[in-house]
Every structure is written in C-alpha cells, then in structure tokens.
Design a protein around this ligand. Sequence first.
Ligand code: NA7
Length: 559
Amino acid sequence: MSGTGIPQTRDGRAASYDVIIVGAGFGGMYMLHRLRSLGLSARILDAATGVGGTWYWNRYPGARCDVESMQYSFSFSKELQQEWSWSERFAGQPEILAYANHVADRFDLRRDIQLETRVTAAHYDEKARRWTISTDRGETFSAQFCVMATGCLSTAKLPEIEGRDSYRGATYHTGYWPHEGVDFTGLSVGVIGTGSSAIQAIPVMAEQAAHLTIFQRTPNYSIPSRNGPMTPDYEGPWKSDYDRRRAKARTMRTGILYDASDANFGINDISAMAVSDEERRRVYEQRWATGGTSFMAAFNDLITNQESNDTASEFVRSKIREIVRDPVTAEILCPKDYPIGTKRICVDTDYFETYNRPNVTLVDLKATPIEAITPKGVRTSAGEYAFDAIVYATGFDAMTGTLMNIDIRGRDGMALREKWAAGPQTYLGLMVAGLPNLFMITGPGSPSVLSNMILSIEQHVDWLIDALAHMRASGLETIEPTPDSEVSWGEHVNEAGHRTLYVKAASWYMGANVEGKPRVFMPYIGGVGTYRQECDEVAAKGYEGFVLAPRDAPAVAAE
Ligand code: NA7
C-alpha cells in the first residue's frame, strides 16, 4: 500500500484497473489496444521477459507457422498490414516474434505490459464485484474484468517416464527452448515425440547433430509446406485486395483462404467419393505439390466421411513410401490407426526426406517401448541409447492446462479446477457460469486451435469490446452466462465434434495426451464463419444466454 492508501505494484503504479489481461501474446496485446479506445484502464501481466506468447516460448529450430504469413497477421490496422512485409510464404518463429514486438511498439503497448510476472490466482470478490489477481511476485491487482489471453498451447508437458530426472546430459523441451539457441554440432541427440514441433525441428537438427535418434510413438501425417521467399507477385495481390480477402476469410470454416485467386478460395466442394480414382489422385497430387494444410480442403468430406478420409490417408502413406528409401523405416512412419486430419495435420520441410540421411535413426516405440530414462540416455525394451542431449518434443497440456494451473475461483468460491474436472464447460468459449466478468480469448468451446488463431483472436476481442461498450452505455456492471446456456453450448460443441472423425483419434484436441485428463473434444468445429454468426446473434438478442446486472443489483445474479 502506498501512503495514499491506493494499492500499488512494485513499480509504484496503481494496482487497481478496469481490466487485467493475462498474457502478452497476440490476444492480450490486441485486447489492450482495443480497451484503450474504450477509455478503460488495463494492464497485461505475462511470465515471459518479452511479448509474443507462443512465439516467445517456441524457439526450437525450424519453428514456423502453418498458416500463411499474409493471413497469420492482424487485420485491424490497414496501415500495419500494408507496412509490414513478410520474407517467406510461411514465416518462421523469429520473424513472427519480430512482428509481435513491432505491434507492441507501433501501438505503444509496452507501457501497460508487466513482464516476468506469472499470475497464480484470480479470485472473485462478490461484495466488491471485482477480481483480485495474485502473482508470483507477491503482488495483488484488483480489476472489474479479467481477460485470460493465456493461449491454447502454453503449458509444455514433459512425459511421465521413469528415471526422467536421472539423465545427466542436457535436456530441452521444444516449448521452452533456450533463447540463446542450442548448438548440436558433433553431438548425439535423442528426440522424443513426432508431433508438429518435432516434425519441424528434426530436419534442421539432423543437419547439425552428429547423430539424431527419433523415438516415435505415433506417426503423423505431414504435408510439405512448399515454403519459399515471399515474392512481389504473391504479396502484391494480397495487399491490394486485403479488405475483401480478410472479409472472406472470416466466413470460412478455418478462417483461412487456401487459394485467394480461386473462385472457391481453394475449397473443392465435392465429396472424395464423387469422383473417379484418377481424378481423386490428380487432386491429391496437385494439393501435395501446392503444399500446406490446403490438402485437407481437397474434398469437402475428408473429416466427416471415413471412406473419403481413407483415400487421403492412403495417398499420404503412398508419398511416405515414395520418399523414404528404407521400406522398414517408411512403414514405421506411415500412420495407420487414425484418420488423417484428426490429429493436427503437420506441415513440414523435408521431414520424411530426413530419414534418408545416414545420421538419422528412427525407433518405433510401438514395437520397443521406452522403459526408462537413464543417466546416459533412453532405455527401450530393445536396449539402451546413450545421448549427449535429449529433446522432448512432447507437446502441451492443451487448451485447459494453463487456466487450470491458475487458482481461479468465482462466485461462492467455486474453483474452476473442480468445475472443469470432467472437461471444460463454457458458453461460446468466452465465459464460464460462476465466473462473472472473466473472459477467455479463444477458450475451449470456440474454434480456437482449429482456425487461424489471429483471425479468431480478433473476432473474440472485437466481440468482447462491443459487450463492454454496451455494458458501459447501459450502466451494467457484470456479465455472466447462465448455467443453462453453458450446458446447451457444451452439447452443441460436443455434437459438432461427434459429427466428425476427430473423435476417433487420441489427440490433444481430446485431452488424450495428458494422463487422467477427461476425453472431451474441446474446440468448436462448427466453423469460424458459423461461430461468428452465433456470437453476433447472441449479442444482437441483447446478449442472450448471459445475465447482465446493473451497478446497484444485488450481489447474486438472477437467472
Ligand atoms: P504434440 O502434437 O502433442 O506432439 C507430442 C509428441 O510427443 C507426440 O508425437 C506424442 O506421441 C509424443 N509423446 C508424448 N509423450 C510421449 C511419451 N511419454 N513417450 C513417447 N512419445 C511421447 O505436440 P507438438 O509440440 O508437436 O505440437 C503441438 C501443437 O503446437 C501443434 O499441433 C501445432 O498446433 C503447434 P503420441 O502422439 O501421444 O503417441
């Protein structure tokens, strides 16, 4: 407390705000920017030493976005999108982090961002109708609103393997990569995991390390990115047609235009089973040659029809067998027990080709499981492998992990950890019943990880800003979903998931990569365009499904 009696933080600033935002990634920064236009006081808290969120942490070699740079970027400022130039079709992590820093400077955001501060708790004070937010620095902040811009893949996960801490060499997790980089020259390195992060890192690491041994539990489908330098011919039409293209992208299922010059924007709106074998193969070959996630838009039923999906899965397997020279290795790399696209499809540069290198070995953990990490390396049922370093590319406690790590307590002391014990429950992925005035950006129950994240961030923030503006104009103090609206939204999200093949895979979308985590399909697969309409309709109907209470309302919201 200061001498004036106003609570202050360690840098002597006020500790009381209209809004506390947790997270200085793209979601938190855009929220802060928009809040300023409403005249609300706000502060971002983030554990990192810099802005950028996921792009701050994920610095592993080869880290790259799988959405094209012209689209994985903010649309809210015409000046920003015109003045920024991307150097590649798919930007690498350093460039995306530079962009995040540019955004922080260009919009003068840093003065309201407090770094090196991890939020540990957020408790709702029903009497004051405010949130008390505590940090690992021993500070407490008070705010009317709390915005969790905490990202979907921000809690890295180490595997629970016996002896993990006994290893004497260096260990790294792709999601917490050292900022100074790692030089693997001349080293023998083990990599555990073959998800997106590993698939990007392995080709780069293999060029440096003396020997790379990859431990694969589940093979992944991966499509070549065909990444390359940005050319004026590509950038020009985007920049001169940005408004129309962005507007169109907002209506798409994933928020991405796969081919902006195509009348149907790269979506082939026909079933894979409605064409001949030759035509199907031609389409897949063409998508393979173009590269990127547009492969999954080759036909309109690849994620809903098993028979159609089988044709795409088999095509990718045929490509793996073509590329990888050793037939035994090729077979181990071929995914066979889940439909393509139902674990996040990977996008790579020379991933399968890397297995043709003499300094790369693949270990099939299905045949020879890991028994332990030893002081020297990794022991499988077939023997021990000694390494100078082990890289864990073992993923994240996705979508809910970061929120569950914060002690969030709402009305009547209700703990989010308990409420979500059987899986996340939200209304629109934006709010939780019992947590008034606490918002999530791209929370579970919204399209989030199934979409172009920056586009979805903008949609959530814009919706929230409209809601806050409405509340201010109408003298309203709190907003909170009703339990009924939360239940029916949950059913809608679940039904949408079960209409697809996604539920057939043991993916992090389903919580399957974390022991004991409930198996629930967490993102909303109704599509970005549909979801936007649903959110807009809710707002147009006076925030249907929410209770909005005026300043002098009794402390407990009525339904
Ligand atoms: P992922 O996609 O969750 O991949 C993690 C990988 O680690 C995956 O291959 C796992 O195999 C493997 N894994 C996890 N635990 C173990 C143990 N105990 N033993 C062996 N292998 C293990 O994480 P990423 O970081 O690659 O990508 C996450 C997202 O970030 C990605 O989708 C993009 O959106 C960006 P499993 O499949 O579980 O058998």
